[in-house]
Design a protein around this ligand. Structure first.
Ligand SMILES: O=c1[nH]cc([C@@H]2O[C@H](COP(=O)(O)O)[C@@H](O)[C@H]2O)c(=O)[nH]1
Ligand SMILES: [Mg+2]
Length: 230
């Protein structure tokens, strides 16, 4: 952990940070695992969080020795996701922070591990808020993102797509996954970690500039960003 320094640009993670979709991923993954009498554990989930779809699918097949090819797993997984994802609500404080930064002309973007198919489902009921982002990098099907989180690739790509490209230390990243904190740190950016209560905090909190329980606890002025009016 180091003292917060002023930033000019903000990059948000999406799943488990803006939207309450990690809960939905767990339901969808357990539904597929149950077909084979297996348990989808937190230890497996931590390894998957933030990764590209294909990377994360290889992990679960390997860890649980599922008798499926990645393509077969993805087909079953998406069949569970299709009805769940459009129900995703915002997590506390996310909508307020996004609107506040946009209203104050702070350039904001998203760097997610998602693919376009699932992004469209998850955001289908929240278009007006997601339209406020300058750009969205969807790692699973963006040709410029070679490796998913914890590699820094998606954050490098995301930074380079702002109109006036900031230096990495002027970018603040919000993440819920330890893979994401590692990725942002490797990209040379400051990062606020909003972990799942089950997360092991020992190693990841050393890399995060700040660790908070909810985006509702975030004070923009700590990073030189405009203060909330109320
Ligand atoms: O339980 C899970 N959560 C999350 C993921 C992966 O993490 C991505 C979400 O990453 P992010 O939080 O960076 O948006 C998902 O699209 C998926 O690829 C997963 O596989 N399993
Ligand atoms: Mg996330």
């Amino acid at each position: 952990m180091s003292a917060p320094r002023p930033v000019t640009h903000v990059i948000f993670d999406m799943d488990g940070l803006i939207l309450d979709t990690e809960r939905l991923y767990t339901i969808a993954s357990q539904a597929v695992c149950s077909q084979y009498g297996k348990d989808f554990t937190w230890d497996i989930k931590v390894k998957q969080m933030g990764k590209k779809e294909i990377e994360s699918v290889r992990i679960i097949i390997d860890e649980l020795q599922l008798p499926l090819t990645p393509e077969e797993y993805i087909e079953k997984w998406r069949a569970e996701q299709i009805n769940l994802f459009p129900t995703a609500p915002f997590l506390p404080g996310a909508e307020k922070l996004i609107k506040h930064l946009h209203d104050n002309n702070i350039p904001i973007a998203i760097a997610t591990g998602s693919n376009s198919w699932s992004y469209n489902l998850k955001t289908s009921n929240h278009k007006e808020v997601f339209d406020l982002f300058h750009h969205v990098v969807k790692s699973s099907d963006d040709p410029d993102v070679k490796n998913g989180k914890p590699a820094p690739d998606c954050f490098h790509v995301c930074r380079n797509r702002f109109d006036s490209i900031p230096s990495p230390e002027k970018v603040l990243v919000f993440e819920d996954a330890s893979n994401g904190v590692l990725a942002a740190h490797s990209a040379g950016m400051q990062v606020v970690w909003v972990p799942d209560p089950r997360a092991d905090k020992t190693e990841t909190s050393k890399l995060a500039t700040l660790t908070i329980n909810s985006l509702e606890e975030f004070n923009p002025q700590d990073f030189g960003l405009p203060t909330y009016c109320s």
